[in-house]
Write a protein that binds this ligand. Structure first.
Ligand code: BTN
Length: 240
């Protein structure tokens, strides 16, 4: 069984995953990897631009046997941690961090983003498509994305995209099968800006708060001037 399907060009590996799922020709863990995406999708309905050939664009298809919608926040935390684990295995000298909710940062810049899409019919998670975009061999980025960094820029060497994709896939599959919450300590240790005062924006205003953690519901816990408050990702934005 081939674990990977590779594409030179595809609209979006997440979209292709959805098409394959609709056709039934998938198995748990099947992973799609593309050199180039013409309609790459990012978080919040944004487009995801990537340099053909130098970027890792992958989607891992999960067909969980018994996952309820309540388990989805932990799934997202685990996927973030799995990517950090893969990066630490490959590059012990770099310090990847999880910028809540779904970005991987290194040296205060964005290395990777995650877009998880689910199907929740019948109150169960029928499938999850774990889309991961990671900057690998880019040497520069357009001025429209000033806060991006690639592995090549961090390590000064060129990397094999397929090997990195394989390792990420393995870490994701291993970690999502873990039932105890042992992994959560490891997640907490790599939260970007933990304990730091940061600016956020909710629907009312911009405010400063200190990040004290992320809970298993996927909410960020903030210490505001006079209260502790936790927020879901759709309720708040970073102002960096
Ligand atoms: C983000 O906005 O940070 C998330 C970006 C996710 C991009 C990846 S690339 C592979 C997969 N296919 C897509 O169309 N999007 C995700």
């Amino acid at each position: 069984m081939k674990l990977f399907r590779t594409y030179e060009t595809i609209d979006s590996t997440n979209k292709e995953a959805a098409r394959l799922l609709a056709s039934g020709r998938v198995f748990h863990g099947l992973t799609l990897l593309a050199d180039q995406q013409t309609e790459g999708r990012g978080q919040y309905g944004r487009q995801w631009h990537a340099e053909p050939g130098n970027h890792l664009a992958m989607s891992i298809i999960l067909l969980p046997e018994n996952m309820s919608p309540a388990d989805l926040p932990a799934l997202s935390l685990k996927v973030n941690l799995a990517i950090v684990r893969a990066l630490k295995t490959l590059f012990p000298l770099i310090h990847p961090e999880i910028k809540w909710p779904n970005d991987i940062y290194v040296n205060d810049k964005k290395l990777a983003g995650i877009l998880i899409e689910n199907n929740l019919t019948t109150g169960k998670v029928q499938h999850a498509i774990i889309g991961i975009g990671m900057n690998i061999n880019e040497t520069a980025f357009p001025s429209s994305i000033p806060n991006a960094i690639s592995l090549r820029m961090i390590t000064t060497s060129v990397h094999n995209i397929t090997e990195i994709a394989k390792l990420i896939r393995q870490h994701v599959i291993d970690l999502i099968d873990q039932n105890s919450n042992e992994w959560k300590k490891e997640y907490d240790a790599v939260i970007f800006q933990l304990g730091k005062t940061t600016r956020f924006e909710d629907k009312e205003n911009i405010f400063e708060a200190t990040i004290t953690g992320v809970d298993l519901d996927g909410k960020i816990i903030l210490q505001k001037a006079d209260e502790m408050k936790s927020y879901f990702a759709h309720e708040i934005k970073w102002v960096l």
